[in-house]
Write a protein that binds this ligand. Structure first.
Ligand code: BG6
Ligand code: MG
Length: 219
């Protein structure tokens, strides 16, 4: 296999923050009188904060000025940060830290490819910042997944081409972003949602170098 670099999404791949994002959006949607359920939230996984707000406003048929939108996003983020404040070093999803360590020990490069502007904060809480050769978060990109910008920049910062990288993603928008950029992608989670991925795993609990190679050679 010619893969030399691995790009990991953060939310839902390294740590389970999806429920916090969902809860924070739900509070906001309720304030606005817009119905918002888990199905809606599924569509927002991997999607930037501003595009997520636009989705909720569209759903409610609401048109707001940019000042109000900024205020609402700040409010949502304050909720999200207070809900995720308890995330600590033991909250990385099972197997992920060991897998990243194994990749590093084999000389692989590791990048983060996240839409979240809170990625540095969350990685810091997990004490994982130093595990990455490159960190691309929502502050470094202008286009949200499914645009491939986040992964293209991750690959570039590692000095690699998309075909030399493998992306791990839990979101439909993230899988599409990887495909749009010419990356191989492993979906983490729901087989139906992520059916476009080259391979799908439930989680990282039994993941290792050998398994990964088998997955890709069977894809
Ligand atoms: C993605 C999450 O990683 O980041 C989305 O899957 C979230 O749910 C997006 O909306 C943006 O996050 P943040 O932290 O910048 O609001
Ligand atoms: Mg994700």
């Amino acid at each position: 296999m010619t893969v030399k670099g691995f790009i990991f999404d953060l939310d839902g791949v390294i740590v389970d923050t999806a429920s916090h994002h969902f809860a924070a959006w739900q509070i906001l949607a309720e304030d606005l009188g817009v119905p918002f359920d888990e199905k809606d939230n599924e569509l927002l996984k991997g999607v930037s904060r501003v595009d997520s707000l636009e989705f909720i406003l569209n759903k409610g048929g609401l048109v707001l000025d940019s000042q109000t939108k900024l205020r609402l996003m700040e409010k949502k983020n304050a909720h999200y940060l207070s809900l995720s404040a308890s995330i600590g070093v033991n909250d990385a999803l099972p197997g992920i830290v060991e897998f990243i360590r194994e990749l590093k020990s084999r000389g692989m490069q590791i990048a983060l490819g996240s839409s979240s502007k809170n990625a540095h904060q969350i990685l810091g809480q997990l004490e994982l910042t130093d595990a990455f050769d490159a960190i691309v978060d929502g502050n470094r990109i202008t286009l949200s997944k499914p645009d491939p910008e986040v992964f293209m920049l991750g690959a570039r910062l590692m000095g690699l081409t998309p075909s030399e990288c493998l992306v791990f993603e839990d979101a439909k928008a993230g899988v599409e972003a990887a495909i749009n950029g010419g990356f191989q992608v492993v979906g983490v989670g729901n087989e139906i949602e992520l059916s476009d991925a080259d391979a799908i795993i439930d989680d990282f609990e039994k993941m290792n170098w050998e398994r990964m190679q088998n997955l890709l050679s069977n894809s």
